[in-house]
Design a protein. Sequence first.
Length: 163
Amino acid sequence: MSGAQNDLPYRLNVGAALFNQAGLVFIGRRADLPHAESATWQMPQGGIDPGEEPRETVMRELEEEIGTARATILAEHPDWLTYDLPPHLAGSRFGGRYRGQRQKWFALRFTGTDSDIKLDRHAHPEFVEWRWAALADLPALVVPFKRPIYEVLVRDFVGFTIP
């Protein structure tokens, strides 16, 4: 990471590990990488607005990104998890204002049905497709710079995979 990037702050963000009744987790294929061969999937996440609490943000982000907030919060990860953008992305993501993201992750139980999930409910969809996946499979499906966070979530949220 360049010295200039190292001086930038982290963007505050939340992430949602949304578990269905079978203990599988929601994962979506990113709309900005629809034709990439691999590492194009992620769980819902998004920035915290000024004055907004992380618990509010995670529910808002679910509704914005997957079209429904039919979920209950099961747990909040005790730590803020961070990742740095790779240097080739640092200048283009987040307007070049952040070095990466500082994330508060939540485990949630989906209380709706699959038909409630509407990726195109908003003008600029985050995902082009979605599926339920085993939590343990997620690190291999995400971009490499986010893998350490997903590995922590696999370890710390494994109890929610048991229906």
